[in-house]
Design a protein around this ligand. Structure first.
Ligand SMILES: [Zn+2]
Length: 270
């Protein structure tokens, strides 16, 4: 499932493939990914315009285009969310189509930006104002990549619920999903079911250190890498063991998602 590092990778793809280039043609192969916009309007608004610098917030990619004839940047703005299975790739015209290709933007140099998504849970929006962008994104906490230690402390302090649910709630911290949440908690030695408001200063400090470290490596890789020394490298093994202490990992549902943790490294608070 695309999380912050994957979407950061898609942002880099958009920059290297399309930024500054004119969009020659918009092709929608499956309008099931279009949200609040028709194929006709998407073509009318985007064709002939150039991509400006895209930005990312949490798991959202925000791609403004330049207005016609040097008009204002950001009107309109293409907004992409990748749901559980989506992605963005740069190809050349004539390359074989993606298996679940839904929308293809052909650029003035013959490259194509291709949005693919098997399950189509989210998709593409077209915002016309900054207020529109905010409305489409909905309640978003600060982006996890920019989160300072004091800021994280403030977000966690006195909050109800389990820490795994808190960390992966986009309205609290934007960008962390199931894999990052588990990896950060494992590295910080915090049980995913710990009550967020009960965490002490030491646990909160470890969480921030783990968050920084896990994100730094993952953003570079463009995904949460399944390294042998990481929980992510073992959570899907048939008989998964903790790469730190060798104990069998536990699995269970927390906040509706299957979590993995080490019962020895992440003891449950009584
Ligand atoms: Zn362990």
């Amino acid at each position: 499932m695309p999380e912050l590092p994957d979407v950061e990778g898609f942002r880099r793809t958009l920059v290297s493939c399309a930024q500054g280039h004119r969009i020659e043609q918009v092709e929608v192969f499956d309008p099931g990914v279009l949200r609040e916009v028709t194929t006709e309007r998407l073509k009318r608004e985007l064709e002939g315009r150039r991509f400006a610098a895209p930005r990312r917030h949490g798991k959202w990619l925000i791609a403004p285009v330049e207005g016609p004839a040097g008009g204002p940047v950001g009107e309109p703005t293409l907004i992409l969310h990748f749901g559980m299975t989506g992605g963005l790739v740069c190809r050349s015209e004539g390359d074989p189509p993606e298996r679940f290709g839904r929308v293809v933007l052909t650029l003035d140099d013959g490259h194509q930006l291709r949005y693919h998504d098997q399950r189509k849970l989210r998709g593409l929006w077209l915002a016309t104002t900054e207020a529109d962008v905010d409305r489409i994104l909905g309640a978003q906490g600060p982006d996890a990549l920019t989160l300072g230690r004091g800021e994280l402390d403030t977000l966690l302090e006195g909050r109800r619920g389990r820490v795994k649910a808190t960390l992966t709630d986009q309205s609290v911290v934007a960008g962390l999903g199931n894999l990052l949440g588990d990896e950060i908690l494992w590295r910080a030695r915090v049980h995913p079911k710990s009550r967020t408001g009960d965490l002490g200063p030491d646990e909160r400090r470890r969480l921030h250190t783990a968050l920084r470290g896990v994100l730094r490596t993952s953003v570079r890789a463009g995904r949460v890498p399944p390294r042998p020394s990481w929980l992510t490298g073992h959570r899907d093994d048939p008989d998964p063991h903790c790469p730190r202490c060798g104990r069998p990992l536990r699995r269970g549902k927390i906040a509706g998602r299957t979590s993995a943790w080490c019962p020895r490294c992440q003891p449950e608070r009584s």
